[in-house]
Design a protein around this ligand. Structure first.
Ligand code: N01
Length: 505
């Protein structure tokens, strides 16, 4: 496979020719966000070169390509929110912005030679295991057929916007859009804006909206817990220290262990969350003088029940004269506003849906058929499950990155994905050593893991907290990892593929 003259250009447009024979891939990766890019780099490093990365969009970057709303940034420090193999180079800012992360991902894909492997603008709509061959057949949305020994889904959890079915939504006459589909053509200056939802995205957008719109009405269904974000710019001392050999690695490790020690205990029931809850309550008291507004913003469930918002401006902006927090449930959307359960009508020129993602619907809308033609989504009707978030019994040679119960709410998800990528490479090597066409996680390993997972989830605050994207409509907790990142790493180390996989006859 020849390397094109300017691989960077290929990262931004449809690439249809560089893969010589799409009927004969070793690996097909689906998705070109952090997971897909990291997997591609690892495959090359492992000497696997006949692979393609299928991406539905015309660019790499995943959620960092999709989310372009004003103020979009990351609440995990950049030195940790990056691949260990590609150190983050900005020594000035602790928290990266959306553009920086997207530029970082493009650069990694470019510098690590992924351009010839990228099949952009190519959505995979079906994946079927061919039993006689021990391989996978993928069908693209355009009807193209691809056959690969192994399929790796790296589509992430937060990529399908949730547009709530509120009666009258289609009647609204003004502009309306979801945070992850920001309409940059619509100028919101001078418009009265209604924003539905109060999660991390809403918190990041609100200061910009409030600075330009005459009136912003924020519709809150449930308050989220908010913690202040530590200082954002590195001082001269820190910048100089980060120049020292090995300093980046030491800082990254400190952040990794620090996040585990500080945030993972918050998710557990009992006293370990008390200090964080105390800090959050004190922060709210200091930021909001108005007792009525404070009462509306005080959650009635334990901290960590939903993803905690780390932000310094959200509460402060809610106290501005042109911002109103409405905690009454929305009953209907009209031509020119929103109605609430108390009978109020709140006029609006534009509506922003900061209503999150269909996170528990893993792999949708791809139809995945395993052994015996069984459909994965039928099997997952009451909530998705997978062995360590990566493999499902009955689906040989198929892997997931960021699959069920592997989102780390307490630290870095790129770091979690790197652990998964390393482990998947181990599985591929083991498959090669056994000489089997296909390998599959055993039902026993799945059952054992699921029992452990349910016990661990039972000790967290999630089952007793209300709605969140961590939960399937059945009530099952399907998205977050219920322990520390180190525990995940340790479990993977103690579970070599030979212990939990079998060769498929
Ligand atoms: O979405 P969310 P998000 N009527 O699901 C409300 C990551 N992220 O886009 O809480 C009325 O958190 C819903 O109400 P409730 C991060 O992991 C990371 O803000 O369900 N309201 C909630 O308030 C984050 O957790 C960064 O009662 C409705 C809101 O919409 C994840 O993305 C930055 C409703 C949705 O909040 C998702 O965040 C931004 C309805 N029918 C995001 N349906 C970083 O910094 C939903 N809501 C890394």
């Amino acid at each position: 496979m020849s390397t094109p003259k300017n691989p960077a250009r290929l990262l931004k447009r449809n690439v249809t020719t560089p893969i010589p024979d799409i009927r004969d891939l070793q690996v097909a990766v689906v998705g070109a966000g952090f997971g897909g890019i990291g997997m591609g780099v690892a495959l090359r490093r492992a000497g696997i070169h006949r692979f393609a990365i299928y991406e539905k969009s015309t660019e790499v970057g995943g959620v960092w390509r999709d989310n372009t709303y004003p103020g979009c940034n990351c609440d995990v420090p950049s030195h940790l929110y990056s691949f260990a193999f590609a150190p983050y180079r900005n020594r000035h800012t602790r928290y990266p912005g959306q553009r920086e992360i997207l530029a970082y991902l493009r650069r990694v894909a470019d510098e690590r030679g992924l351009a010839p492997h990228l099949q952009l603008d190519t959505a995979i709509s079906e994946a079927t295991y061919i039993e006689d061959e021990g391989r996978w057949e993928l069908i693209t949305a355009a009807g193209q057929r691809v056959v690969a020994d192994v399929v790796i889904f790296a589509v992430g959890q937060l990529h399908r916007p949730n547009l709530p079915e509120i009666p009258g939504r289609a009647d609204f006459a003004g502009p309306s859009f979801h945070t992850a589909r920001w309409d940059h053509e619509t100028k919101l200056h001078g418009l009265d804006v209604a924003m539905i939802g109060t999660g991390s995205s809403a918190a990041q957008i609100l200061p910009t909206l409030a600075a330009t719109a005459p009136r912003v009405r924020v519709f809150q269904r449930t308050p989220h817990w908010v913690l202040p974000k530590p200082t954002i710019e590195f001082g001269l001392l820190a910048r100089t220290a980060l120049l020292a050999p090995g300093a980046h690695h030491i800082y990254r490790q400190a952040l990794y262990y620090g996040a585990d020690a500080l945030f993972a205990p918050i998710m557990r029931r009992g006293w370990s969350a008390h200090p964080a809850e105390w800090v959050a309550r004190r922060y709210l008291r200091r930021a909001v003088d108005d007792a009525v507004l404070r009462a509306k913003l005080t959650p009635g469930y334990p901290i960590g029940g939903k993803r905690i918002i780390l932000d310094n401006d959200y509460y402060r902006t809610l106290t501005h004269a042109n911002v109103e927090l409405i905690a009454e449930p929305i009953t209907r959307i009209t031509r020119d506003g929103l109605m609430t359960a108390d009978g109020g009508h709140h006029s609006a020129d534009a509506i922003i849906y900061a209503t999150g993602f269909k996170a528990p619907e893993f792999l949708m809308p791809v139809i995945v058929r395993g052994r015996g033609g069984v459909q994965l989504h039928d099997q997952w009707h009451a909530g998705a499950t997978a062995f360590l978030g990566m493999a499902v019994s009955g689906y040989p040679n198929a892997f997931l990155i960021a699959g069920p119960n592997s989102f780390n709410p307490a630290g870095s998800n790129p770091a979690m994905k790197e652990h998964q990528i390393d482990w998947i490479i181990k599985c591929l090597r083991w498959r090669e050593r056994t000489g089997a066409a296909a390998i599959e996680v055993t039902e026993q390993a799945m059952r054992f893991h699921q029992r452990w997972l349910e016990q661990a989830i039972g000790k967290t605050v999630w089952p007793i907290a209300g709605t969140s994207w961590y939960k399937h409509s059945s009530g099952a907790i399907t998205n977050p990892w219920p322990a520390s990142a180190r525990t995940y790493e340790r479990i993977l180390r103690h579970h070599p593929p030979s212990d939990c996989f079998r060769a498929v006859p």
